[in-house]
Design a protein around this ligand. Structure first.
Ligand code: HSE
Length: 389
């Protein structure tokens, strides 16, 4: 199957190498869209997307550029030209899922995106398969390797956030601009896309309350240790009486919870279904080899004419509502603790007093934290998973 790559960064070059290492699958990378000269692929490189989209010999386009544009324009043009598309682009998909699926359907081609959530973990494909025959009650977990690396390192080494982020950047885990990872935006896009797949409706990602780990301190982590708890950044969606609650936030897990044992750049993502019960998927959620592996699996499925992504459908949209999901929180702030919400005082840290709150609606706690941040307070909050109500 003649295939074009859009992008030749870490993932694109990994897909090329894997396709060449596994010639038995018949995936031939015949063109590559590049922004600069790359000597080893000069013979197949182009800077003109039109050369790819107008080439009838190319059956499949792999989009691994990332970002919303020009990736979206290229993917739409490729689908309209009746080329299958494989993409790892969670941001583009989380914003345009319904439109892109409809375009693929209308043109009789496949749109596959295993690598968009969980890297090499077979998450979305299994989520789509199970939702054929069961009703998803909840889903979520650790979906970001960079923040999991930072939280693990702070827990194990006692260092503060800024120092640990700098280490993550030196090791190549965190981007020079770490905003999308540390503020939870990467998890929000992955969670929205998981909701689209699980609930067959497009989730409004901008309505998902999102707290990241930017304001965690070594003293917070020491408090968690004293409580026997481990902090992880999670994305979670659950059915409630009001529809679907979805949120991204740091969460504290007891030592025997699977999430507490996922260290470094690992991910763990789970769904809970009414009939099947719970299933969890654990492994490397980022990096060249895992992500290229997921893209290659999609290419092989597309070339065989059978991909779990042919099951994907999406009609209409929904606005996640986190007001009916509720649990206690660890709350530390340099301002006054909200008196009516305190269940247990934990004492003073260098960045303010800390407490465990009574169970609070997720939407209310997130609004409180955002208001305190807007007022220039130092504040960090994390849900208590073991005491969810
Ligand atoms: N920045 C992401 C992570 C990459 O750290 O998980 C994979 O989506």
């Amino acid at each position: 199957m003649k295939t074009a790559l859009l992008g030749y960064g870490v993932v694109g070059s990994g897909v090329h190498a894997l396709a060449e290492a596994r010639p038995e699958h018949g995936i031939t990378i015949s063109r590559v869209l590049v922004r600069r000269d790359i000597a080893p692929i000069r013979a197949i490189a182009t800077r003109d997307f039109q050369e790819i989209v107008s080439d009838p010999s190319i059956e499949t386009v792999v989009e691994v550029m990332g970002g919303e544009e020009p990736a979206l324009t290229y993917v739409k043009a490729a689908l309209a030209a009746k080329k299958h598309v494989v993409t790892a682009n969670k941001l583009m998909l989380s914003l345009h899922y319904e439109e892109l699926l409809a375009l693929a359907r209308a043109n009789g081609v496949r749109l596959a995106f295993s690598a968009a959530v969980g890297g090499g973990i077979p998450w979305l494909a299994n989520l789509l398969r199970v939702s054929r025959v069961d009703r998803i009650a909840s889903l979520g977990g650790i979906m970001n390797g960079t923040t999991n690396f930072i939280l693990t390192a702070m827990q194990q080494g006692g260092a503060d956030f800024a120092e640990t982020l700098s280490t993550a950047q030196k090791l190549g885990y965190a981007e020079a601009d770490p905003t999308a990872d540390i503020d939870g935006l990467d998890v929000r896009a992955k969670l929205a896309l998981s909701c689209d797949a699980a609930f067959a409706q497009m989730a409004d990602a901008s309505a998902i309350p999102t707290l990241g780990i930017r304001y965690i301190t070594a003293a917070d982590v020491a408090q968690f240790h004293a409580l026997g708890l481990t902090c992880r950044l999670i994305g979670k969606a659950e059915r409630t009486e009001a529809g679907v609650a979805a949120y991204v936030e740091p969460m504290l897990f007891a030592a025997d919870a699977p999430e507490a044992g996922v260290n470094g750049t690992g991910n763990i993502i789970s769904y809970c279904c009414e009939g099947l019960g719970s299933q969890s998927f654990f492994g490397l959620g980022a990096g060249q080899a895992p992500t290229a592996s997921a893209v290659m699996q999609d290419l092989i499925d597309v070339s065989c004419g059978a991909t779990p992504f042919s099951l994907a459908h999406c009609e209409g949209s929904f606005v996640p509502d986190a007001s009916k999901a509720s649990h206690p929180y660890y709350l530390r702030t340099s301002g006054a603790l909200p008196e009516g919400c305190i269940d247990r005082m934990l004492g003073q840290t260098p960045a303010g007093a800390a407490c465990i709150t009574a169970p609070m609606p997720v939407s209310a706690l997130h609004a409180l934290v955002q208001a305190r941040l807007a007022a220039q307070e130092s504040v960090f909050a994390a849900g208590l998973a073991s005491l969810e109500s």
